[in-house]
Design a protein around this ligand. Structure first.
Ligand code: PHE
Length: 337
């Protein structure tokens, strides 16, 4: 029996130290209910009373040795698994992070807000109108009847005979005057559409900002003062403005307004194409026909209006020479602002 126990010990310990062996199987094989050592222990009863204590002691020793060896190996296995996991999940907190890319406002939005701020500072509020507009508001109410030549220069996209994409922000003037009685002091920024071919200076979609002031005693000098204040705040204190006679059906008198070139101060350069001046807007005194059309008595009230292209202001502001850049969504362009 002694040899048998020693054989079991040697076999068990050899198996446990074999890295490829499954120790759970070893445990069952030797220590399990039907295990080799268990079977030997069960046979202990058959021994003579003199042999029993010594054999019993040896059997216990063998069991403890096997149990300890198994426990040790399991502990080592656990340690190794943990070390492996720690190695695998290693995290270097000093490593630089993946940068989160922050977006920012589109240059047109930025310029539009800057323009809005200047006018809000002068007491204007912002009015909005639909981009899909009635022919009536876009043309007729603005003194541009059917077949008027002014329709040619503002040819737009028609939804139906009577509904179109607005070609200017001026219809907002009419909508505001219909609802609100003077004093009126609004600006109206927004998208407008024209069926122009896309090139460096034309886009079938662009943005305008309309201005309208109606009250008792409003004169052309109020218009001049307002635009001069705007130009100085937008383009710098040195900026001068210049009115050139023009014609718009809905203002009388009308003017095109230039600002002195902020790149050269008026001497003439590449930005202003040698002119010294840059045209930025159309303006004039609201035509009496338009006022009375909206239920405002032109004998009592007068007003001025102006309209300017936001892209144009932004292009001059940032020195951009192609309007298409605003709409191409190219990060190499947008990232510069
Ligand atoms: N709506 C005109 C245009 O688009 C500009 C303008 C607005 C002129 C208001 C006079 C008064 O050309």
């Amino acid at each position: 029996m002694k040899e048998l126990l020693e054989k079991i010990r040697a076999a068990a310990l050899a198996e446990i130290s074999d890295a490829a062996a499954d120790v759970e199987q070893t445990r069952v094989r030797f220590l399990g209910k039907k295990g080799e050592l268990t079977t030997v222990l069960r046979g202990m009863g058959a021994l003579s009373p003199e042999d029993r204590p010594a054999m019993g002691q040896l059997a216990n020793e063998v069991r403890t040795a096997i149990e300890n060896a198994i426990a040790e190996r399991m502990a080592r296995q656990k340690e190794r698994a943990l070390a492996h996991r720690l190695e695998k999940e290693k995290l270097d907190v000093t490593m630089p992070g993946t940068p989160v890319r922050m977006g920012h406002q589109h240059p047109l939005t930025r310029v539009r807000r800057e323009m809005e701020d200047v006018f809000i500072g002068m007491g204007f509020s912002i009015a909005e109108g639909p981009e899909v507009e009635y022919d009536y508001y876009n043309f007729q109410a603005l003194n541009i009847p059917e077949n008027h030549p002014a329709r040619d220069t503002q040819d737009t996209f028609y939804i139906s005979d009577k509904i179109l994409l607005r070609s200017q922000t001026s219809p907002v003037q009419v909508r505001v005057m219909e609802k609100q009685k003077p004093p009126i002091r609004i600006i109206s920024p927004g998208r407008v559409y024209r069926s122009d071919a896309l090139d460096a200076t034309h886009s079938p979609l662009f943005q305008q900002m309309e201005g309208l002031v109606v009250d008792k005693g409003i004169t052309m000098s109020d218009l001049k003062g307002t635009l001069e204040t705007f130009a100085k705040q937008m383009f710098g204190e040195e900026t001068k403005i210049r009115f050139r006679p023009h014609h718009f059906p809905f203002t009388e008198p009308s003017a095109e307004v230039d600002v002195s070139c902020f790149a050269c101060g008026g001497k003439g350069c590449r930005v202003c194409k040698g002119e010294g001046w840059i045209e930025i807007l159309g303006a004039g005194m609201v035509h009496p026909f338009v006022l009375s059309n909206c239920g405002i008595d032109p004998e009592v009230y007068s007003g001025f209006a102006f309209g300017m292209g936001i892209e144009r202001v932004a292009m001059k502001h940032y020195g951009i020479d192609d309007i298409r850049l605003f709409y191409e969504n190219d990060e190499r362009f947008l990232g510069q602002f």
